[in-house]
Design a protein around this ligand. Structure first.
Ligand code: SF4
Length: 231
């Protein structure tokens, strides 16, 4: 059984953050054309057993002690919720007295079992990358039957019942959500979701810059417009 992967610890708002990937390879319910971790060979939204995690948890315990982490950020190769041991992994961290942040693309936050798992976490991140149904199907290539409107309402409904900190991450992509009409739509969605924190990002990878990258000036402009409705 392959263990978890770790990034170097970093400081955020004075806290030592330890990022971990719990998936052995990429598993996601989307297959975004701009995914930094490549294609989704395994497009899936049900849980999979990856074997016993006892050794991985022992290693995690050691790394937590060595790094003196304050917050554990589960940021995996795809959708961490599909790991059948995620509940135990989160429970293990919580038993150490540490808060957990979970990154999900947010689509699965409508399913009872996944809601319960996400509710165990102190912080949950949901994402949005495009704002039309057509673009969602074309560039995020989700599992058949998924819709953008359901995606957004899943996050709205999740946040309505969630007691933790819901962080909404919007990626600005040239040609998909950087014009005035799109920015207005994003503002409306942000107001509907009403996140506790909004993060606005853009695609960072060099290979996507030419077609999908956005200038510093426009990015700052859009970020300011979006942050103004999130407060
Ligand atoms: S949702 Fe994230 S992990 Fe999944 S395919 Fe898209 S960019 Fe990759």
């Amino acid at each position: 059984m392959q263990g978890f992967d770790y990034k170097d610890i970093y400081i955020e708002d004075g806290k030592r953050v330890l990022e971990i990937n719990i998936l052995p390879e990429k598993y996601c319910n989307f297959d975004c054309i701009f995914c930094p971790i490549g294609r989704s060979k395994n497009k899936i939204d049900t849980q999979i057993a990856f074997g016993n995690v006892t050794d991985s948890l022992t290693e995690l315990e050691k790394i937590i002690e060595q790094t003196n982490a304050d917050l554990i950020f589960i940021n995996s190769k795809g959708e961490a919720l599909i790991h059948d041991q995620i509940c135990n992994i989160i429970g293990f961290i919580k038993n150490k007295g540490l808060p957990v942040r979970l990154l999900s693309n947010g689509y699965l936050l409508n399913k009872k079992d996944y809601i319960e798992i996400a509710n165990m976490c102190d912080e949950v991140i949901g994402e949005l990358k495009v704002i039309t149904e057509e673009a969602f199907q074309k560039v995020q290539r989700p599992i058949q039957g998924y819709t953008l409107s359901e995606y957004i309402s899943n996050m709205v409904n999740f946040h309505n019942q969630y007691n933790g900190k819901f962080i909404f991450e919007v990626t600005i992509i040239r040609g998909y959500n950087d014009d005035e009409v799109s920015v207005q739509k994003l503002k409306d969605i942000i107001q509907d979701i009403s996140p506790d924190k909004l993060i606005v990002v853009r695609l960072e990878e060099e290979k996507f810059q030419k077609k999908l990258g956005i200038t510093d000036e426009r990015f700052t402009e859009i970020t300011n417009m979006l942050q103004s409705v999130a407060q």
